[in-house]
Design a binder for this molecule. Structure first.
Ligand code: PMP
Length: 416
């Protein structure tokens, strides 16, 4: 154990965290956030379980959601009410379904992707690990493209999609992306909508998981991808996914998919084979709870007030420990759930392993890249939400000390 490791051990002992686990691996809301939505547990009862159209939410039916939920969540997703399906509890589930449907039966403008050859998806990186594992599980080849400050590197994207008809799609998290927190510029959104693709049945899987999850006082506005696709005469190109997982109860929220009317009716038909109808009770709960889009935005602010303190304390610790050397780079996100940190090459796995020995669990290194392969072994993802502010401070101090320790052993000639 080198000297810095000894210091680190002393530090941890001093903070009595031996045997205490600190977890910054996944973006689970903390209990205080969950408590914000407790009214959901009681806001539908036998007295108010009929919708405005006279639908009894306790019964089967209503394949694409109750009308009041479509009204509310079409505003949330910034689409027309005819362009949305409000479904079950998970947007990831909807993404999987959309992908499986395209693979097996095709899209509104092309046959099943499986019948067309070994298809590929573009994966802006660093990105969301579950998008990548979903592709991997379905045998879709992934091509990593760099994610810049304003979205995917569009020169690379345009170049790739124009010549290869087997590139069928791209993953995008355009607002407060997981993990970097960047937002796509209007130019990026337009280039995605207008770009020439060799595949006529190309799709943008746009995951709007952090649509209203700002940390600053006023959220960032980004261009509307579906509208841009319509303007570009590519109305079928965009699939938008969203959910309330990070607004109410993860796993017991409401998920939705939005797209052109043609795509929506295609999905609706397919959904009819999968289920007799979604959990309408939960949809009505969410409508009763939020009331309207202003209520939803007010609720989002309450989350931001809790989360902001944790992001601030972590970013302050990074500034304090890491800003004088060149050991790491990171950005201060305006929203979302994560902080992405780039270390010196060859350090990410070692930092994650070392942190574990001091009781701090991080997302596995490499997870933010397709196939879990970060060629430079540099990127780590920090998820502050589930910790208390005090633990977030402690965890980030441990992390910084691990970064200093690993950097100096991997790069012994480094002077910082
Ligand atoms: N997309 C992104 C980008 C996420 O970060 C998450 C949650 N971590 C999800 C989707 C999962 O959403 P859901 O709970 O609606 O399946």
């Amino acid at each position: 154990m080198n000297m810095i490791d000894t210091q680190l051990k002393d530090f941890c002992q001093k903070n009595t965290i031996q045997n205490q686990q600190l977890n910054m691996a996944r973006g689970n809301p903390c209990q205080e956030q969950l408590d914000l939505s407790n009214e959901l547990l009681t806001c539908v009862n036998k007295m108010n379980c009929i919708t405005r159209d006279g639908v009894d939410v306790r019964n089967y039916g209503g394949i694409d959601g109750i009308n009041e939920a479509k009204d509310l969540f079409s505003k949330y997703m910034d689409v027309n009410v005819t362009e949305i399906i409000v479904a079950g509890n998970s947007s990831l589930n909807l993404m999987y379904n959309a992908l499986a449907l395209a693979l097996i039966q095709g899209t509104t403008n092309g046959p099943g992707w499986l019948s067309q050859g070994a298809i590929k998806f573009l994966c802006p990186t660093p990105g969301y690990d579950r998008h990548f594992s979903l592709c991997e599980s379905l045998g879709i080849q992934m091509i990593a493209v760099p994610l810049n400050e304003d979205g995917p590197d569009m020169d690379i994207v345009e170049n790739l999609v124009k010549s290869d008809h087997l590139i069928k799609g791209i993953w995008c998290v355009p607002k407060y992306s997981n993990p970097t927190g960047i937002c796509y510029s209007d130019e990026t959104i337009n280039r995605l909508a207008f770009m020439d693709t060799a595949a006529g049945d190309f799709r943008i899987f746009c995951d709007n998981a952090y649509a209203v999850h700002h940390l600053g006082n006023k959220g960032t506005q980004i261009a509307n991808l579906l509208e841009a696709c319509k303007l570009a005469s590519n109305p079928e190109r965009a699939y938008l996914f969203g959910s309330t997982s990070k607004l109410t109860f993860p796993g017991a929220g409401v998920a939705m998919v939005a797209a052109s009317e043609k795509n929506i009716s295609y999905f609706r038909k397919q959904l009819g084979f999968q289920t007799i109808g979604p959990d309408k009770i939960n949809q009505l709960r969410h409508v009763n709870f939020f009331q309207d889009i202003d209520g939803l935005m007010t609720h989002a602010n309450l989350h931001a007030n809790i989360l902001r303190k944790k992001f601030d304390v972590i970013l302050d610790v990074f500034d304090q420990y890491l800003s004088s050397g060149n050991l790491a780079s990171w950005r201060r996100p305006d929203g979302g759930y994560f902080i992405s940190v780039n270390l010196l090459p060859g350090c990410a796995k070692k930092v994650v392993d070392l942190a574990k020995t001091f009781g701090l669990t991080l997302t596995p290194a490499g997870a933010t890249f397709p196939y879990g392969y970060d060629a430079e072994d540099r990127n780590i993802r920090i998820a502050p939400s589930s910790l208390t502010v005090e633990d977030a401070k402690l965890a980030s101090e441990i992390l910084c000390k691990c970064i200093v320790s690993v950097s100096s052993s991997v790069h012994p000639n480094l002077h910082n």
